[in-house]
Design a protein around this ligand. Structure first.
Ligand code: ADE
Length: 420
């Protein structure tokens, strides 16, 4: 059996059921897996992956191992690991997993280093912690790594900063920036799973509530739409004029957080930035306000400031809910310790959307291997044809067909002569 550090191997049967349940909604990935099994694109290669350890990720791990990769998986967030899935990956699928839900910071980095000790040829990241650790401490791996995949907006921002500073030492594929990822995962995945996490944690009725969405990127758009669909009065906060204008024209109220915090029943951050909700906002919130974050890192809520302001903090007054008692008698409830609420308090994005994200991951890894030696130490996106191919396969599995261009249309679209 693979080497591992997980909660309990006896949880494997439950985890296997969840992995197979997710698999039935991941037909694009299954098709890639069947091809990989025959073609073995990763034969003889080592892969280290730092991802949320979920049933959907397990199916990605099955796909790359089917392609011949020797894989080590660690968690990309201390609170997102599904321990039963980790157990099944080790026991049933021979993947080496180092992840335990609720692990402390020291264990998180111990697990990350187990993935680095594997001496990978390919890495996969969700947040860029793995690449960042390699670049800081492991120069011996720079030339060994053919390329790295990055799953999320926050990670891509970090990687572009590395490229700009000239410290990136191998090519990276920004999986997040591929249309078949961000247009669906960020919007519909985050939209639905964030609402799911908030409801599972708090059992709040959203109809008629003031629901504040901080950040109107693709994730914020998805969340605002879904909250509106549940009957909430949605308020958007933004720092970007164009995005704010977009929110106004999509029919949302837009105002600064200092105003929104006064009337909010629920606040959820999805910005990727630090201290979006801070002392001055906690100061004016109503009694009973629910506060959550669905951005990658747990820095969007300034919980250090909240702890200092509170006269008493009660942990887990209900699973995944901490109560902060303020000196004027108000109580503010923080969900999932301010970590991404969709994974900490629910199961993350549904498998059907992760199907496309992880098909993109799998094909990006294959692309890196096929183009090994030809890519610069830069951040890339996948060629347009790959996105088209993933979307076309997904449509096919949904029984949807579309039109094709006629010769006349193709030539019209590529000519400049025809006009008024
Ligand atoms: N990110 C968001 N949802 C996820 C999921 N279900 N599995 C892995 N990563 C995710």
């Amino acid at each position: 059996m693979a080497n591992y550090d997980i909660k309990n191997i006896d949880l494997a049967p439950e985890g296997k059921k969840r992995i197979l349940w997710a698999d039935k909604d991941m037909p694009v990935l299954a098709e890639i897996r069947a091809r990989f099994e025959k073609e073995l694109p990763f034969k003889g290669l080592k892969m280290s992956c730092c991802l949320h350890v979920t049933a959907e990720t397990a199916n990605l791990m099955r796909t790359v191992t089917a392609g011949g990769a020797d894989v080590v998986l660690c968690a990309s967030n201390p609170l997102s690991t599904q321990d039963d899935v980790a157990a099944s990956l080790v026991k049933d699928f021979g993947v080496s997993v180092h992840a335990v839900r609720g692990e402390d910071n020291e264990t998180y980095y111990k697990h990350l280093n187990a993935a680095i000790d594997h001496k990978p040829n390919i890495t996969m990241d969700d947040g860029a912690d793995l690449v960042s650790e390699i670049l800081k401490k492991h120069p011996e791996l720079y030339d060994h790594i053919m390329g790295s995949m990055e799953e999320t907006t926050t990670g891509v921002i970090r990687l572009r900063a590395m490229e700009k500073d000239g410290v990136l030492k191998f090519p990276v594929i920004a999986v997040n920036d591929v249309q078949t990822k961000f247009m669906f995962d960020n919007r519909y995945g985050t939209g639905q799973s964030t609402i799911d996490g908030i409801i599972r944690a708090s059992d709040v009725l959203l109809a008629g509530k003031n629901f504040v969405v901080a950040g109107y990127g693709w994730c914020g758009k998805g969340l605002a739409d879904r909250a509106r669909g549940m009957g909430a009065h949605v308020i958007v906060t933004e720092v970007d004029n164009v995005k704010a204008l977009g929110a106004v024209m999509d029919g949302f109220r837009v105002m600064p957080m200092a105003e929104a915090a006064k009337i909010a029943d629920v606040i959820c951050t999805v910005t990727g930035d630090i201290h979006v909700v801070r002392g001055e906002h906690f100061e004016v919130m109503k009694n009973g306000c629910l506060v959550a974050n669905s951005g990658h890192f747990d820095v969007e809520l300034d919980l250090v400031a909240l702890s200092k302001m509170a006269v008493k903090t009660e942990k887990d007054i209900r699973k995944n809910v901490d109560a902060y008692h303020m000196k004027d008698g108000r109580v503010i409830y923080v969900l999932g310790e301010g970590r991404l609420v969709n994974l900490a308090c629910a199961e993350g994005h549904p498998a059907s959307v992760m199907d496309m994200s992880f098909a993109t991951q799998a094909l990006s890894s294959e692309y890196v291997v096929k183009n090994s030696g030809r890519l610069d130490k830069k951040v890339y996106v996948l060629p347009h044809e790959v996105e088209q191919m993933i979307a076309s396969t997904k449509l096919g599995t949904m029984g949807v067909s579309i039109d094709t261009l006629t010769e006349e249309q193709r030539s019209y679209l590529t000519s400049w002569e025809a006009g008024t």
